[in-house]
Design a protein around this ligand. Structure first.
Ligand code: TYD
Length: 208
């Protein structure tokens, strides 16, 4: 495909949104068209699913949760991400399949392989060219979140051991696919992180 697909992953409070925004600005300055988007909630249907999966009161079974994220992803890729890549745009996205593998696979203990297969089916195998993992230990992530807000969504409200499993899963995925990943220490200064992301993206944009 003509475009470039860059995803940002990491725990809640790791700074993905800030970094995705900085990358969007830089890529735009390079004269490339950028589509900045996120999961869950990158489409109209996705916004409804996001509301359910993050804010619905009452129990959601782990497999139902996994399917809701996969449904959001299927709609998002079919209607927004794949068309953008086919046009040659750069897609800068907050969260993708790795989030499901980490949160539903490891956090909810559904098993990473099955959850990955479900999402791969949902998106007909579309994989990112680059995934930036902003790594932050769960205690630091919690204190960042506590400093910035007073309410938490269903996933953020999970206990520290849930978030420890999520972090370990992200690191394991990155370890298994080093060519796809850039793993960055999320406690580094924002500008320093942005510079290392830019330099990695630059090499991909220069690819013939
Ligand atoms: P996000 O929009 O990144 O949260 P925020 O903008 O509030 O920081 O993600 C929402 C939550 O959904 C986050 O806690 C992680 C979770 N999530 C999953 O559990 N599985 C998934 O597949 C995705 C995409 C997100």
């Amino acid at each position: 495909m003509a475009g470039l697909f860059v995803t940002f992953e990491g725990g809640d409070g790791s700074g993905k949104t800030t970094q995705a925004g900085l990358l969007e600005s830089w890529v735009t300055e390079q004269g490339r068209r950028v589509v900045r988007t996120r999961e869950p909630g990158g489409t109209d249907l996705g916004l409804e699913l996001r509301e359910i999966v993050l804010h619905r009161r009452g129990h959601i079974a782990p497999r139902a949760e996994a399917l809701l994220y996969a449904a959001d992803r299927a709609q998002h890729v079919d209607t927004l991400v794949r068309p953008a890549l086919e046009r040659g745009d750069v897609v800068v996205q907050d969260r993708y399949i790795d989030s499901s593998v980490a949160y539903q696979g490891a956090g909810r203990v559904l098993g990473g392989d099955e959850v990955r297969d479900l999402s791969r089916w949902a998106v007909e195998g579309l994989a990112p060219d680059l995934t930036v993992l902003l790594d932050l230990d769960e205690a630091a992530a919690r204190s960042r979140l506590d400093a910035s807000r007073t309410t938490y969504d269903r996933l953020e409200a999970e206990a520290q051991d849930f978030h420890a499993r999520v972090r370990a899963a992200f690191l394991a995925i990155a370890d298994a696919e080093p060519e796809r990943f850039l793993v960055v220490d999320a406690t580094l200064p924002v500008d320093e992180i942005a510079a290392s992301v830019r330099s990695r993206v630059e090499t991909l944009l220069d690819r013939p």
